[in-house]
Design a protein around this ligand. Structure first.
Ligand SMILES: Cc1cc2nc3c(=O)[nH]c(=O)nc-3n(C[C@H](O)[C@H](O)[C@H](O)COP(=O)(O)O)c2cc1C
Length: 350
């Protein structure tokens, strides 16, 4: 049986030197203009001994922003900033995927261009969730997400163009691939939730096809720009983070998505195995809710891509410089069944 320290090839094409994947973690450390900087390059290069790094979530455009000081990938300065990061990681022998997101309704007017309302799949507010933004005194604070306005159907094709540009830019900046953030109550998760998504157009919540339509259009755009073996998707089935309503159709949506990703031969599906707290991250206890073995088995049956369940870090709940990287075993590592959920990996020099 392979160990975590053996090499692994995603989709028969992209090889990593070990099976440890660093989970995406928002660090809010950018320079003005949401530009990645030398500090971020150092941070990622220090972690390049992981087989694969997935970056912090990165905005596809100025209206996709839900946290102050998160990076973007839509301006030349941002592409140049990310180039610093990829060069340092590659110099240190690592591989790095850019996590790309749009937060949908999880934003605040103070973060949006011209103070406009956040872009929601519907106009329903995330009434119990906060975002990290500047308050009326200009100080950074957690504040309730603002009421969104529903994205118009014709705006969805504009959004698709923005994602396409982001994928082109990711390639320009030297990333090995991209991970599309479809988890944790952000835009794609909002589309996929059959209760929240009450839209009446072809992106509405009635069928698994329509719920996943936008995500799969974006996946196809990523594949066109980067190749299927350089594209991953992150989901959080049953997650209630960011005021997501309980959805009785989660399994149907998920298994449909698995089949579609299999057809497209994407590199991996990254599943949040241990779910995020229902409330806000800063004042909630992470509990031990996790996906059932039965569901994980069904995902594996429907999916030919790698199934990867990676968690964040113990340290990241305690501070901003995690020392211990907690990684869940993938079924590849444990021989087809999830036997041991996680192991601990300590690296020196951090
Ligand atoms: C401070 C912090 C920032 C995070 N940022 C992201 C992010 O940018 N993208 C993402 O998909 N998940 C993000 N997550 C979720 C983690 O990747 C991970 O799934 C979660 O923390 C559960 O793992 P854990 O139990 O080891 O902490 C973040 C979590 C924390 C605590």
């Amino acid at each position: 049986m392979p160990t975590l320290f053996d090499a692994y090839t995603f989709g028969d094409k992209m090889t990593v030197t070990n099976r440890i994947v660093m989970a995406p973690m928002t660090r809010t450390r950018t320079s003005d203009g949401d530009v990645p900087n030398a500090l971020m390059a150092k941070y990622y290069a220090q972690r390049a001994s992981a087989g694969l790094i997935v970056t912090e979530a990165t905005d596809v455009s100025s209206h996709s922003k839900g946290y102050a000081w998160t990076p973007g990938i839509y301006t030349k300065a941002q592409v140049d900033g990310w180039t610093l990061v990829t060069e340092e990681v590659h110099r240190s022998g690592g591989k790095i995927f850019l996590q790309i997101w749009h937060v949908g309704r999880m934003a605040h007017t103070s973060l949006m261009p011209n103070g406009e309302a956040p872009w929601g799949v519907t106009d329903e507010k995330a009434s119990e969730s906060d975002v990290f933004a500047h308050n009326a005194d200009g100080k950074l604070a957690f504040m309730r997400a603002s009421p969104p306005r529903q994205i118009r159907t014709e705006e969805i094709s504009e959004l698709l163009k923005e994602f396409t540009l982001a994928f082109k830019n990711a390639k320009l900046a030297g990333f090995d691939g991209v991970e599309i953030h479809a988890a944790n109550g952000y835009l794609f998760d909002q589309f996929m939730n059959s209760v929240l998504n009450t839209r009446a157009d072809s992106y509405g919540g009635k069928t698994p096809q329509s719920r996943t339509r936008f995500l799969l259009e974006v996946v196809d755009a990523a594949i066109r720009e980067l190749g299927a073996h350089n594209v991953g998707v992150r989901v959080s089935p049953f997650g209630r983070y960011n005021s997501m309503p309980a959805d009785p159709r989660v399994e149907e949506t998920l298994l449909y998505l698995c089949n579609e990703l299999t057809i497209r031969k994407t590199a991996y599906l990254h599943v949040l195995y241990e779910l995020m707290p229902t409330g806000n991250m800063q004042d909630s206890e992470f509990n031990e809710t996790h996906l059932s073995d039965d569901l994980v088995r069904k995902i594996r049956n429907a999916l030919s891509a790698t199934l990867c369940s990676i968690q964040c870090t113990e340290g990241c709940r305690l501070g901003r410089s995690p020392r211990v990287c907690k990684v869940s075993h993938t079924p590849e590592v444990s021989g087809g069944a999830v036997r041991s959920r996680r192991c601990y990996f300590r690296r020196s020099g951090e």
